[in-house]
Write a protein that binds this ligand. Structure first.
Ligand SMILES: [Zn+2]
Length: 346
C-alpha cells in the first residue's frame, strides 16, 4: 500500500528533485542557455545520490553529465537502493536513451512534491486561462484547443483555422520543438495524440511510450514551421483529455452529464453517480504507485484509466488498486467499464 507520508520521505524528495532537475536541464538546453553551474535542483540531486552511494560502498557518479547518463539506464541497474524506494519500477528510466528527453516516468515523478511541480504548473496555467475567460464556455474552448492541438504550424496560424481570440490567449504556451524533435519526421501519434517521429513512412516512436509502433502516421510537420505545446500540458492535459472527451460523450449518450470542476486538471461533477461515484476524472499515467499516491487524498471519485493504456500495461489497473488504502472512497477502472457503468435510462 502506498505510504501516506510519501511526499515527505527523503528518498522520494531526492528522486522527484532529480526529475525536476532533468526538466530544467532540458529547458535550458532548448533555450541554448546551458551554462555552469547546472540547475541547483540537479546539483542537489547529485549530492544526495553521491551520499547514498558512499553509504552503500558503491562508486558514485562523478559529475552531473555522469548522473544524467545514469538516468538513461533502468533505475534498478545502477541506483543505490537507499535512493531507489519502491514507488517506481526497477525497469523505469528517467531519460529516453536515444533522444535524451525526460520519460513519462520522469514527468510523473516531477509532478510531485513541490509548488513548482509539473502537474501544479499545468493547474496554474489552466487557472490563468479560466480567469481570462469571460464565461465557463469560453474557458472550455481554450481548454479544448490545448487538448486538440499538441502542435501548431505556420500554415495553421496563417489559415486562421481557429478563432483569433483563442489563439491570443494560448499562443505563448507553444514553443519550438526540442532539438530531438526538430526535424522533418515529426508528427502526432494516431493512438495517443502526442508527438511522434516517423521513420521509413511508419511511426517509430511516440511520447506516449506504450503505443504500437509501425502505424501509418498523419502528415509530418515541416522543420522550422511547427511549434509544440508545453510538455507538461501535453502529458497532463492533452493526453488524458482525448480519453476524457470520449468518456464524457459516451456518458452523455446514456443521459449522464458532467460539469467541469474549477481548479484542477479535469474532474467532472456528474449529474448522477456512475459506479457509485459522483466525480469522474481520467488519469493517463504509467507509474501505478505514483497514481495511487495522487488518488489517496480524493473521495467520491471514479478514476478512469484509458483503454489503450490498460491494454498496453495489463498489470497497471490492479497495481493501482492494490496500492490504495481499502477505506478510500475511490473506484479505479477502465474507460470501457466506466462508460458501461452509467445508469441505463428507459
Ligand atoms: Zn502514442
Amino acid at each position: 500500500m502506498i505510504p501516506a507520508d510519501l511526499h515527505e520521505r527523503a528518498d522520494f524528495k531526492s528522486l522527484s528533485q532529480l526529475a525536476r532537475g532533468l526538466f530544467e536541464l532540458g529547458d535550458a538546453t532548448r533555450r541554448g542557455s546551458l551554462n555552469l553551474p547546472y540547475p541547483p535542483s540537479i546539483q542537489r540531486a547529485l549530492d544526495r545520490v553521491v551520499l547514498a552511494c558512499l553509504r552503500e560502498g558503491r562508486t558514485p557518479p562523478s559529475s552531473v553529465p555522469e548522473l544524467v547518463a545514469w538516468c538513461t539506464a533502468p533505475l534498478g541497474a545502477r541506483w543505490p537502493s537507499s535512493a531507489l524506494p519502491g514507488f517506481l519500477s526497477a525497469e523505469a528510466t528517467l531519460l529516453d536513451l536515444r533522444r535524451r528527453l525526460p520519460t513519462r516516468s520522469c514527468a510523473e515523478l516531477a509532478a510531485y512534491g513541490s509548488e513548482d511541480s509539473a502537474e501544479r504548473s499545468v493547474v496554474h496555467k489552466l487557472d490563468e486561462l479560466a480567469q481570462a475567460a469571460s464565461t465557463p464556455a469560453m474557458f472550455a474552448q481554450y481548454r479544448d484547443f490545448l487538448i486538440d492541438r499538441v502542435a501548431v504550424t505556420n500554415d495553421d496560424a496563417r489559415g486562421r483555422s481557429w478563432k483569433p481570440h483563442i489563439w491570443k490567449r494560448v499562443h505563448d504556451l507553444y514553443q519550438p520543438p526540442a532539438p530531438a524533435h526538430a526535424h522533418d519526421g515529426l508528427t502526432t501519434c494516431p493512438t495517443c495524440g502526442l508527438l511522434a517521429t516517423v521513420e521509413h513512412g511508419r511511426i517509430a516512436w511516440c511520447e506516449g511510450e506504450v503505443c504500437e509502433r509501425g502505424l501509418t502516421p498523419g502528415p509530418a510537420y515541416k522543420k522550422g514551421s511547427v511549434r509544440v505545446l508545453d510538455s507538461s500540458l501535453r502529458l497532463f492535459l492533452s493526453l488524458p483529455g482525448r480519453t476524457e472527451r470520449a468518456v464524457m460523450r459516451r456518458l452523455a449518450e446514456q443521459g449522464v452529464t458532467g460539469t467541469l470542476l474549477p481548479g484542477g486538471l479535469g474532474a467532472y461533477q456528474l449529474s448522477e453517480p456512475v459506479l457509485g461515484r459522483s466525480i469522474v476524472q481520467v488519469f493517463d499515467r504509467v507509474e501505478p504507485l505514483l497514481l495511487a499516491a495522487r488518488l489517496s487524498g480524493r473521495s467520491d471519485l471514479l478514476a478512469v484509466i484509458p483503454d489503450h493504456l490498460a491494454r498496453a500495461r495489463p498489470a497497471l489497473l490492479e497495481s493501482v488498486r492494490a496500492a490504495l488504502p481499502p477505506e478510500l472512497d475511490v473506484v479505479v477502472t477502465t474507460q470501457t467499464t466506466a462508460t458501461e457503468g452509467a445508469p441505463q435510462h428507459a
